[in-house]
Design a protein around this ligand. Structure first.
Ligand SMILES: [Zn+2]
Length: 110
């Protein structure tokens, strides 16, 4: 599910709204003040991201213990891509599959 960024015209705060259905998308509300006067932001979320972009932004997560478990590597990547509403590129899919077979890609071999 895509996440859209909205800017509130009443309180000028940003809201990240997870769009579950076309109905939700048609009537977004500010998550801070409840105003319906929000406008869609053209944000970075909408553009196609590479694995490098995602890892770059969430790189600090790589220091966690869970990433050392090959099965968790795949889960982490899948979760990030799901969060951005982006399909996994085939190269990434292959990488996760091999990680699950116990072959860690060099850049994650920490
Ligand atoms: Zn507001």
């Amino acid at each position: 599910m895509p996440i859209y960024e909205y800017r509130c015209e009443d309180c000028a705060k940003d809201s990240s709204i997870l769009v579950r259905s076309p109905k939700t998308a048609a009537a977004p509300q500010c998550e801070h003040c409840g105003s319906a006067k929000v406008s869609r932001k053209i944000s970075a979320v909408a553009r196609k991201r590479s694995v490098g972009d995602v890892v770059g932004e969430y790189g600090s997560d790589l220091g966690g213990g869970s990433i050392r478990d090959p099965r968790q590597v795949g889960h982490w990547v899948e979760k990030r891509f799901e969060q951005f509403g982006v399909d996994l590129p085939k190269s990434t899919r292959d990488l996760i599959d091999s990680a699950r077979d116990g072959v860690l890609p060099p850049e994650l071999d920490i």
